[in-house]
Every structure is written in structure tokens, then in C-alpha cells.
Design a binder for this molecule. Structure first.
Ligand SMILES: Cc1cc2nc3c(=O)[nH]c(=O)nc-3n(C[C@H](O)[C@H](O)[C@H](O)COP(=O)(O)OP(=O)(O)OC[C@H]3O[C@@H](n4cnc5c(N)ncnc54)[C@H](O)[C@@H]3O)c2cc1C
Length: 342
């Protein structure tokens, strides 16, 4: 394991923003992960665990500790019954390559999550979701390295405390865990989720029969219009979470904005379409502030056009949050993990 000093983090993120890490290393095995933590303990410095950097905003001041990029790889497929298959994938594996492999093998369950950038290890962290499916729907367990006990532990789906764009791994009690493997249970039985508005329209407009492969293709086609090309601009996808409100708040918003799309959640709360508010109330779509801006096709997506810095993006996101608070009364929260001091 090599530990490098003073490494620029911007190239390790899809936003292409951020300062330097005091120390940086890649861990390709559990042994290297332990060694990395031993080093951090010996230096008495904090650790930040990085995947592919597609959901982080790193401060221009960088991170005054050790950044560990998890590169542990390897996937195992195992039949449990005639219908269900267990897939144990390692944290450093590419999430979309896994989705592709599952679709090719005829396994149902994660096809709606096609095209989400990043690693397997990050999928439980914010409970990645898209087009009516969340990864928590198929996670059986998550294996973590606990640096406090220097041991591996398995957390069941329940212990992961999954919620909309959140889990134990985002909370104080679970922030220190390093995910090393995730077990997903998929099915050979045909069960598609095509009820999400965009998917429904896609299959209607294209007059095609939804199949496992067709759903993956549909999701990839829809996403290619919703998100900018990562090779030309920086982005971390949706910058903010959709607000979750209770019944009373829902009535207030409905009275204020009769056309606002609201989605009922299983627990009786309601998810508010922030994209609609940003577009129709805030008029944020396509707004540009020098080197950063709001994507013209999807206002939840903030972009970095190049030559910018994290402070500019943070300033824009604060400006948007303040504007939405003033116009709607809603507090909006970033989905993107902020690293370092802003
Ligand atoms: C164009 C674009 C589209 C996107 N679309 C979606 C979408 O549809 N739905 C969605 O939910 N997200 C979406 N995202 C966000 C992002 O792709 C996901 O959150 C993804 O899971 C992040 O993976 P990563 O490996 O890049 O994680 P990173 O950005 O490197 O890390 C994200 C967080 O996870 C933690 N983490 C990473 N690996 C581990 C590990 N092994 N153990 C413990 N903690 C870890 C990090 O510390 C950090 O807090 C999108 C992003 C982009 C750029």
C-alpha cells in the first residue's frame, strides 16, 4: 500500500472540484484497508472514504487527513432457490457494470437503477434510487469494516436503517463504517417497475413491450437527456434531496401551488418535487453564475463548466436554498456529501 502526500482531489470527483488531501491511498484488499487505518491512527488524523467521487463536494481547502479510495473488487453470483439469486459484490466494483451483468443474466430488481455512476460500496450509503426503485428493496446485508473494533461486521437490511436517500452510513452511529461488500437478492421471475411517469411515457411513445433489457435501455435513454455528459461538464447529479413533508405541510403546499407534484410515501409522509419548485417557482433552470450553474434540462442538477471552485458552487447552492425557503417556506437539504471545511 502506498500513501501519497498532498494529492489533488478534484480529478477523483465527477464535479472536478476540491482542494488537496493531506494523505491519499487506495485500498485493494481488507489488509490494505487495515494498514491505511493503522497509518491514520498513528498520525492521529481523520479518514474520509471515497468511491468514484460522484456524490461529493470537496472543499477548496481539501481534507486534512487520509483519503482512502476503496478498490476492493470481485463479484459472486449464487442461486438460492430456482427463482432467487444472491449477488455478493465488493465495494470497489462499478455499480453500473453490475447492473449490466445482472440484466444480461436475466435477473430482475435493479434494472431501474441503470446508469447511476459510482461504486457498489456507495449504493447503501444514500440508498441510491431512481425511477421508482431504491437499492434497499434488494439489499440483504452489508458487510463493513469497523475501524473502532478493527473487525468485519455484517449489517442486515433492517440494521442499515434505510430511508429516502439515507441510511445508518450517513448517521453519526454509522459514519465510521467502511463498506466492503454488499449482498443483493435478485429474482429470475419477471417483475418490472414501469409505473414511474417517465418510463410509462417512454414505452407508450416508443410502442415497445417492456422487457428486462428494454427497461435498462429506456432508463439509460431517459437519463442521457436528464443529466449532462460527464466528460464535458462537472456534476454530482441531483444536488438536493426532494423535501419530505407531513400531511399538514402537504395541504399548505397544495393550497399554495396546486400543480406541484407530490408523491405519497409508504410511511404516510409525502415527497415534494423540488425540480418543479426550482423550475416553476424559483425559475432556476439554466441559471449560470460564471463557472457554475443549474443544468438547463433538470434544475436539481448543478454543474461546473470548468475553471471554477467549490466555493462558487457552495455559494450557488446556498443562494438556491435561501430563495426556495423564502418563496415556499421549505428547507432544502443537499444530497451531495460535503467534505472538509467550507
Ligand atoms: C450524473 C449523475 C447521476 C446520478 N444519478 C443518481 C440517481 O439517479 N440516484 C442516486 O441515488 N444517486 C445518483 N447520483 C449520485 C451518485 O452516483 C451515487 O450516490 C453513487 O452511489 C455514489 O457512488 P460513488 O462511488 O461515486 O461514491 P462517492 O461519491 O465517492 O461517495 C459518496 C458517499 O459515500 C461514501 N462512501 C463511498 N464508498 C464507501 C464505502 N465503501 N464505505 C463507506 N462509505 C462509502 C463516501 O464517504 C461519501 O459519503 C448521480 C450522480 C451523478 C454524477
Amino acid at each position: 500500500m502506498t500513501i501519497k502526500r498532498n494529492v489533488s482531489l478534484a480529478p477523483y470527483t465527477t464535479l472536478k472540484l476540491g482542494g488537496h488531501a493531506k494523505y491519499f491511498t487506495c485500498a485493494s484488499s481488507e489488509k490494505e484497508l487495515r494498514e491505511a487505518f493503522d497509518f491514520a491512527h498513528s498520525q492521529n488524523i481523520p479518514v474520509f472514504v471515497l468511491g468514484d467521487g460522484s456524490n461529493v463536494l470537496i472543499s477548496d481547502n481539501g481534507f486534512q487527513g487520509l483519503v482512502i479510495q476503496v478498490k476492493i473488487c470481485g463479484i459472486n453470483f449464487e442461486d438460492i432457490t430456482r427463482e432467487s439469486v444472491s449477488i455478493v459484490a465488493s465495494a470497489g466494483d462499478s455499480w453500473d457494470a453490475l447492473v449490466d451483468a445482472c440484466v444480461t443474466k436475466g435477473l430482475y430488481g435493479i434494472e431501474n437503477l441503470s446508469g447511476i455512476p459510482g461504486t457498489v460500496g456507495a449504493t447503501p450509503v444514500q440508498n441510491v434510487g431512481a425511477y421508482g426503485v431504491e437499492v434497499s428493496d434488494v439489499v440483504k446485508w452489508v458487510e463493513v469494516f469497523n475501524p473502532k473494533t478493527n473487525s468485519l461486521e455484517k449489517l442486515s437490511n433492517k440494521l442499515c436503517q434505510f430511508v429516502y436517500r439515507g441510511s445508518i452510513f450517513k448517521k453519526e452511529e454509522g459514519k465510521h463504517f467502511v463498506i466492503v461488500r454488499v449482498c443483493y437478492i435478485l429474482s429470475r421471475q419477471k417483475k418490472l417497475h414501469t409505473g414511474y411517469k417517465d418510463l410509462e411515457h417512454y414505452f407508450k411513445d416508443n410502442d415497445t413491450e417492456p422487457t428486462l433489457k428494454a427497461v435498462r435501455e429506456a432508463v439509460l435513454a431517459i437519463r442521457s437527456k436528464k443529466f449532462p455528459d460527464l466528460s464535458s461538464v462537472g456534476t454530482a447529479g441531483s444536488f438536493f434531496k426532494n423535501p419530505i413533508v407531513d400531511e399538514r405541510e402537504m395541504q399548505r403546499l397544495r393550497a399554495l401551488f396546486p400543480d406541484l407534484p407530490l408523491f405519497n410515501m409508504q410511511d404516510g409522509t409525502c415527497k415534494v418535487s423540488l425540480a418543479w419548485l426550482l423550475d416553476n417557482v424559483g425559475k432556476w433552470k439554466g441559471v449560470r453564475r460564471t463557472n457554475v450553474g443549474v443544468f438547463e434540462n433538470q434544475p436539481l442538477v448543478l454543474v461546473h463548466y470548468g475553471n471554477g471552485n467549490s466555493s462558487e458552487l457552495k455559494k450557488l447552492s446556498d443562494e438556491i436554498a435561501k430563495d426556495i425557503k423564502e418563496k415556499t417556506g421549505l428547507t432544502i437539504i443537499p444530497e451531495v456529501t460535503h467534505v472538509g471545511i467550507f
